[in-house]
Design a protein around this ligand. Structure first.
Ligand code: CU
Ligand code: ZN
Length: 212
């Protein structure tokens, strides 16, 4: 399952900038008797003959606020339209410059800090890998890279972390790590389970939030 990561420049200050929603994409489409490109039948509202057909896309949005025992903190915002890929916007501050493993872990449980979020989310019983690998945990999102101010910003588009359906990630948790994730290729005894990404600096449970 392909995934791509787009790195964006960070602002000069060492904090995450407030999340600004991407340019408004219409949630409602109006079709005038033409073939719909795609639609969610469960949400399809058909009006009287000769009138406009209104389709409401099943967009879902979620958020996770990352905290830990250090000064590392961040916000993750997720958006999924219908059954398409999930777009994940990440901003984490307080990091040491360089790459840090970033994963979705199995449990939305922080009773014992980030340790109680368990292992990487792995519904298909795979070994650890890179986001673009065929063999990977669903929760393997690779690394985020902190700049010299300790701020990491990234936009990740991924097919294995849906916000609805049997593998929905609502109620699970994001974790940002101390070290670089070796993506399963480091030859360390932990490479194929955790990417040898070291300690858990901050984590946050994914919860639904209004789309608008
Ligand atoms: Cu992790
Ligand atoms: Zn993994």
């Amino acid at each position: 399952m392909a995934a791509r990561t787009v790195w964006t420049a960070s602002p000069p200050h060492a904090r995450c900038s407030p999340f600004v929603p991407s340019p408004a994409r219409p949630l409602r489409s109006t079709l005038l008797g033409r073939s719909p490109r795609r639609f969610s039948s469960s949400r399809l509202a058909v009006s009287a003959p000769g009138r406009a057909l209104t389709i409401v896309a099943a967009t879902k949005k979620a958020v996770a606020v990352l905290k830990g025992s250090s000064q590392v903190e961040g916000v993750v915002t997720l958006l999924q339209e219908d059954n398409g890929p999930t777009t994940v916007k990440v901003c984490v501050s307080g990091l040491t410059p360089g790459p840090h493993g970033f994963h979705l872990h199995e449990h939305g449980d922080t009773t014992n800090g980030c340790i109680s979020t368990g292992a990487h989310f792995n519904p298909n019983n795979m070994t650890h890998g890179a986001p673009e690998d065929q063999i990977r945990h669903a929760g393997d999102l690779g690394n985020i890279i902190a700049n010299s101010d300790g701020v990491a910003e990234a936009t990740i588009v991924d097919n294995q972390i849906p916000l609805s359906g049997p593998n929905a990630i609502i109620g699970r948790a994001f974790v940002v790590h101390e070290l670089q994730d070796d993506l399963g290729k480091g030859g360390h005894e932990l490479s194929l389970t955790t990417g040898n990404a070291g300690g858990r600096l901050a984590c946050g449970v994914v919860g639904l939030t209004p789309v608008m």
